[in-house]
Write a protein that binds this ligand. Structure first.
Ligand code: M6R
Length: 611
């Protein structure tokens, strides 16, 4: 989603800002811009709709000189993606430039008020009001920091802000309310970013801003204040950064690279978490004793998108292994639903990015109601990770493709281990615990084998690529796998796709079945296999085209399917982990055939920081 990068120091800002924006590109955006203060204290602004490459092209013709500046990638909320709506926005005819992440909910009233004062708006964005409000304060002879501080209480909604002004060259202001912002501490220079990965190549010393904090940075100074509590001493953390984290290494897309990383993802998610001698799992950061966990009567998972589908798999596994009732809630609904939760309900949120606004909102709502909140998160140091009372990191490494793949695998592994841990605190036997652990630890091998069926998936993709709509079906724990397959396909190929329990077909969706609407059926061998086979017959009777994901050697399924995608015969607990791989590859190859922008699909963002 929107990204911010700011810099102040003693070297050219433009290359640092551009490189930072490039590192944020994976988050999804539709325009980009920079604003710098040049050596003659003039404000230089360059903006372009489209990719950072278009901005780079513009800058190659008209550079933005200066050693202090801000930059932004915008994901349109108010007003379409065009040059005028791109950030930074200018206030008071060149007095100040502002880059903003978040949404200002009272922008319409502020716009009316500023229009009455004579301000002329150039854009349709909510952000431009911030720029004019600051300009109005600067007219009163306030310094830039005081001017920003003065207007913040007037903003309703969320913001991460970066501000520069020609009246104070070398000064960079940042402010946070609900939208992440981090300061990077360099040697005689400071950075500001919405995501530490944007500045990680320059410094690994960072200070995360909290809501209500405002920062003033120059090359040598770092002053932090809270809007109500005044001056604060910043807490500096170190981030992990490996220079090769983002190399494609010859693979054409990050999504494909990340699909292929999954055997390792499983190993990393298991590392240090298995206590074989006791046939259970362990988690360092849960911050809840076994005694407290034994008292839990109900678990609520709140998440969005792919994380929600992983949670649904967790629901099946925990109910099976630990017999604790689990409910999975859309995070964006949970926070407003006022669902009854008793004091023995444990609330988990799941998020790859750790920044999803809906999921963060769910976490805060659960905490407000006095529940211990736990998070299953990939991004270390993200807002959700920092705000939760305890949690589990996925250790999946940076995921760059907008379509989540390896993070899903890591979530499913963590949830499987959690199911075993909770089960072993109750009635799961030593033998059952050990069998489940063995299965999870052995998963990298069948995953590797499944990746090898890619050529067969290409053939399936050819059957699907011209369809207008595709149905994904599965029973039991394979229903969430089907949902995930449908989400992957629609996200990156833009083909309409829906996931259903195979049993539900006859209650309505079967009306859609015809030779032009392929059905992808997830049907590995298991207790409900015969039922799924009957559902396949029902589809075939309506001339449905069947792409089946099934256990290798399942001749009956192979005979009935138009395309058969075999996966190894694995224990039930790891079937979802393995069965999802052909669906990820299927979405990838359909999108490839259709020439889609696979890693940056239209309209989508990697981390969705607005409600
Ligand atoms: O970072 P999160 O796991 O909180 O993100 C949740 C969803 O926005 C995300 O899973 C989205 O659905 C992905 N694009 C899935 O591929």
């Amino acid at each position: 989603m929107c990204g911010i990068v700011g810099f102040t120091g003693r070297r050219a800002a433009e290359p640092i800002l551009l490189a930072g924006l490039r590192r944020l590109e994976y988050r999804g955006y539709d325009s980009a811009g920079v604003a710098t203060i040049d050596s003659e204290s003039r404000l230089v602004v360059r903006k372009r709709a489209g990719r950072v490459a278009a901005l780079e092209e513009l800058l190659s013709q008209s550079p933005a000189a200066g050693e202090c500046g801000i930059s932004h990638t915008r994901w349109a909320t108010h007003g379409p993606a065009n040059d005028l709506n791109a950030h930074p926005h200018i206030g008071g005819a060149g007095r100040v430039a502002v880059a903003h992440n978040g949404v200002i909910e009272n922008h319409a009233q502020l716009r009316d008020e500023l229009t009455r004062l004579g301000y002329v708006f150039q854009s349709q964005t909510d952000t431009e009001v911030i720029a004019h409000l600051i300009a109005q304060e600067l007219k009163k002879d306030l310094d830039l920091f005081s001017a920003v501080r003065a207007i913040l209480p007037r903003l309703e909604g969320t913001y991460g802000l970066a501000v520069v002004a020609p009246c104070e060259p070398g000064v960079l202001i940042g402010a946070r309310m609900g939208s992440p912002l981090v300061v990077g501490l360099g040697d005689g220079e400071h950075f500001l970013a919405s995501d530490s990965s944007a500045i990680a190549p320059h410094t690994q010393s960072v200070a995360y801003l909290q809501d209500g904090e405002v920062v003033r940075l120059t090359a040598d100074e770092f002053n932090l204040e809270h809007l109500e509590r005044g001056s604060i001493v910043p807490r500096v953390d170190r981030i992990d950064w490996k220079p090769d984290d983002r190399e494609l290494g010859g693979v054409p897309h990050y999504m494909l690279k990340e699909i292929y990383e999954q055997p390792n993802t499983v190993r990393d998610a298991c590392r240090g978490r298995i206590r074989r001698g006791e046939a259970t799992a362990q988690f360092g950061g849960l911050n809840l004793t076994a005694a407290k966990l034994r008292r839990v009567r109900r678990i609520v998972f709140a998440a969005c998108g792919t994380s929600l589908h992983a949670a649904k798999i967790g629901e099946y596994l925990i109910e099976r292994c630990a017999r604790i009732p689990v409910e999975v809630e859309y995070a964006g609904e949970f926070r407003y639903s006022n669902a009854p939760l008793d004091d023995r309900t444990l609330v988990f949120v799941l998020s790859q990015s750790g920044e999803t606004a809906d999921t963060l909102g769910a976490l805060r709502e659960a905490r407000r109601r006095g529940h211990p909140t736990l998070a299953i998160v990939n991004t270390v140091g993200s807002t959700i990770a920092r705000e939760a009372d305890g949690g589990i990191y996925l250790h999946a490494g940076t995921e760059i493709g907008v379509a989540g793949t390896k993070s899903f695998a890591a979530q499913v592994v963590v949830l499987s281990l959690l199911a075993i841990y909770l089960g072993r605190l109750r009635h799961m036997s030593f033998t059952a615990g050990l069998e489940a652990i063995d299965a999870i630890e052995s998963a990298p091998e069948p995953l590797q084998k499944t990746l090898a069926i890619e050529p067969l998936v290409v053939a399936a993709a050819e059957r699907i690529a011209n369809s207008k709509s595709v149905l994904f079906l599965g029973r039991d724990v394979h229903h969430p796998v089907a949902l995930e397959g449908a989400l992957k396909l629609k996200e990156i190929s833009y083909i309409h796709a829906e996931g259903y329990p195979a049993s539900e077909m006859k209650h309505g969706p079967i009306a859609l079945v015809d030779p032009e609407t392929p059905c992808v059926v997830v049907a590995p061998r298991g207790p409900l296999h015969a039922k799924t086979m009957s559902n396949i017959e029902e589809l075939k009777a309506r001339r449905g085209v069947i792409v089946a994901v099934g256990t290798e050697g399942d001749r009956e399924l192979e005979r009935r399917a138009d395309v058969f995608l075999p996966i190894p015969d694995v224990p039930e607990i790891i079937q979802p982990l393995v069965a999802v791989v052909p669906l990820q590859l299927l979405a990838y190859h359909v999108a490839l055939l259709l020439g889609r922008d696979i890693d940056k699909p239209r309209n989508l963002a990697k981390s969705v920081t607005v409600e």
